[in-house]
Design a protein around this ligand. Structure first.
Ligand SMILES: [Zn+2]
Length: 317
């Protein structure tokens, strides 16, 4: 396996690509490496714990002096001889997210990046939503003449059935408007999920379903009730996409740190520990959704904590 880093032609974006024989996995950050107040994501983390995390986490990912951590929002494009798939869909463009300024009315070059990689939207065969939070479903849809339409019109949109049922029920209970008045899932249910349900439809599957040959879900509940991780088998070993079972490298050596956005923090912790232990034991390459680059790495463990060891990156730009 090797990782190539490339500045995309004509697009303000740098991507890392994992090459595993005939299989390629490209990380496309819809938002790359932004500072996020640590308290807004890890509310229970004291400033002392943050300072300690800064000494252990990868350089530049924690800044205890201004109280921030770095996050990206990474979609992964998988290309095999048999299919082209996208795992998670970023925040998207033009979405109204008044209570999330970093996600509000964005204009990112995500589709230009795909195009620079030689992939037109209609060539995507499978779109996987690991869960339905607003920062994972954005590019499900795009605004065309005032209407939210599926971005990947020929794709199977795959989600865990329990996840779709959960948020559909909440949307019905809320009558489309959350207690905060901005809509279910910050508005994402209405503009990024319902338009899929109402047009091409979701393929709602089991949390351990095989999605395509060599590509399968693995249950990862806790952060969201029906979240699933994704495992890709390649001729050179497995790649694990843990979705939001882990948000930031600082959680690798502090098992108890859950994000403020985990529905069931205890379950989220045990899911995280299980997935990390599995990746370490199987020497899988981890491809996290929210880590800033470098994103592809293996885990070393000493039983109580994990260390993320990025694969060497060859810069070809
Ligand atoms: Zn997320």
């Amino acid at each position: 396996m090797r990782v190539i880093r490339q500045k995309l032609e004509g697009v303000d974006m740098v991507v890392d690509r994992l090459e595993c024989g005939p299989v390629r996995v490209t990380c496309i950050p819809d938002i790359a490496n932004i500072a996020w107040p640590a308290k807004a994501i890890f509310g229970a983390l004291s400033s002392d714990a943050l300072a300690a995390a800064e000494t252990r986490a990868p350089s530049g990912t924690v800044n205890a002096s201004d109280g921030t951590v770095r996050l990206s929002f990474n979609s992964y494009l998988i290309e095999t001889p048999d299919f082209t798939a996208l795992i998670d869909c970023g925040v998207g463009n033009d979405k109204e997210r008044p209570d999330r300024p970093a996600w509000h009315r964005r204009s990112s070059s995500f589709l230009d990046a795909l195009s620079a990689l030689g992939v037109a939207p209609q060539q995507v065969d499978i779109v996987i939503n690991t869960h339905l939070h607003a920062d994972h479903v954005g590019w499900n849809t795009r605004l065309v003449e005032g209407v939210w339409q599926p971005t990947f019109a020929s794709a199977r949109y795959v989600v865990c059935g329990a996840e779709l049922d959960h948020w559909s029920a909440i949307d019905r209970e809320n009558d489309g408007v959350g207690p905060d008045g901005v809509g279910t899932l910050h508005g994402a249910f209405a503009d990024s999920i319902a338009p899929i349900v109402e047009t091409v439809g979701y393929e709602a599957v089991a949390a351990d379903a095989e999605i395509a040959p060599g590509l399968r879900f693995q249950p990862a509940p806790g952060h969201s009730p029906g979240m699933a991780a994704v495992i890709l088998s390649t001729p050179h070993g497995d790649v694990m996409f843990p979705a939001d079972a882990i948000h930031h490298p600082l959680q690798l050596d502090d098992a108890a740190v859950s994000s403020n956005f985990c529905e069931n923090p205890e379950q989220a912790c045990s899911t995280r520990q299980r997935l990390l232990a599995q990746a370490a034991a199987g020497n899988a390459v981890l491809a996290p959704y929210h880590f800033p680059a470098p994103v592809f790495g293996r885990l070393k463990t000493d039983e109580t904590s994990f260390r993320f060891c990025p694969l060497a990156v060859e810069d070809v730009s």
